[in-house]
Design a protein around this ligand. Sequence first.
Ligand code: TMP
Length: 202
Amino acid sequence: MKSFFITLEGVDGAGKTTQIELLRQIPLAQNWLFTRNPGGTSFGQKLREILLNDRTCQLHEMAELFLYMADRAQHIHEIIQPALRNGQIVICDRFIDSTLAYQGYGRGLNTELIKQLNKIATSDLKPDLTILFDINPKIGLERAKSKDKIEEEGLDFQQKIRLGFLQLVSEEPERFVIIDTEKNNIQEAHQKVIESIFKLIN
Ligand code: TMP
């Protein structure tokens, strides 16, 4: 069986989590591997806690970048590559594009540096398909229920991230499908997710 690597991206509150939960329930997805960045391994869970919830440490942006890369390197080698070698379909909640959008376009770190680090951390593994859930960040932030450290950084930061994601789409349009979760309701967006995945795997 041929393996596929699919990633899901978007600003906070774009509806990604809801869509992943719906996708998990379709019969065909019962053999797929669902995982996430950060936090797809037990090491990554500890990093996720530090990155998103630990308010006792004021992480420098470069330290934050390296923690996301550490999470990614462990995740790729422990979980994603073995599953792909096994012929599985892997659905990953956030991946390389989040670091470019959040740490690059959001925080202003050098995007070429981040691309290099992404390459090293992933052994140059790129997704076959990336679904970007797009929403006006103002609505996204209103929808996000309990706020983690990143969501607390506010609207301007999320606006930069959204533009960053759209810039990434313009650089590699063949890899991305954009789903507008403001115009499409949950079921409509779900249908579009299924269509784009089935188009890839069939
Ligand atoms: P989520 O799993 O609920 O989407 O939250 C993950 C948060 O981590 C989200 O605010 C985006 C942020 N993040 C980065 O800033 N850089 C990254 O490389 C990744 C994977 C996530």
